[in-house]
Write a protein that binds this ligand. Structure first.
Ligand code: INI
Length: 167
């Protein structure tokens, strides 16, 4: 078994592997962020901006677009992707479950619309939309216990852009 593992490791060394470097230099990035639940979303925006700066983005090439809520994210992402002015988009927001099924509709349409936009225009979109059962879960994912999803979405975007460049 041990032999099998080392054979696989050797095989991996021989396989041509395409990976994306986390370099933001010279990229044109649009951040689309909701106003809804701004007390959470502001932390996601801060995380995304900090991450871009740390990865050498030219901050003059970064634009922030605010939208009412998560339901509006797909339309604005689509418009930005269609413009071909951006190498990538970061979609940020927070949907928090209430007492009605509204949460399910907003989450489903937002995530579906963002994924569809990414595929329709081959423009990578970092998915930084929190879908939480309560405020505590959202706080945990906006820069406390469970990290910052704005940072995660930004890193995923950089990696995807750099992989796409090589394909
Ligand atoms: N939008 C959000 O971004 N987060 C929410 O938690 C939320 N809830 O719970 O209602 C929400 N609703 C607004 C929705 O996204 C639209 O902006 C609205 O329906 C107008 O089109």
């Amino acid at each position: 078994m041990l032999n099998g593992v080392s054979t696989l490791k050797n095989l991996m060394k021989e396989i041509k592997t395409i990976e994306g470097k986390l370099v933001a230099q010279n990229l044109r990035i649009a951040i689309v962020a909701t106003r809804f639940n701004d007390f959470i979303v502001q932390h996601l925006i801060n995380g995304a901006l900090d991450c871009l700066q740390r990865h050498d983005a030219n901050m003059d090439n970064v634009v922030l677009v605010r939208v009412p809520g998560a339901f509006e994210l797909p339309l604005i992402c689509q418009k930005l992707a269609h413009s071909q002015q951006y190498d990538g988009i970061i979609a940020l927001g927070a949907v928090i479950r209430g007492g009605t099924p509204h949460f399910d509709y907003v989450c489903a349409e937002a995530s579906k619309g963002i994924a569809q936009t990414m595929l329709n225009f081959s423009t990578p979109i970092g998915f930084g939309l929190l879908t939480c059962d309560n405020v505590e879960q959202a706080i945990e994912r906006a820069g406390s216990k469970a990290g910052n999803k704005g940072v995660e979405a930004t890193l995923a975007l950089l990696e995807t852009i750099r992989v796409l460049e090589q394909l």
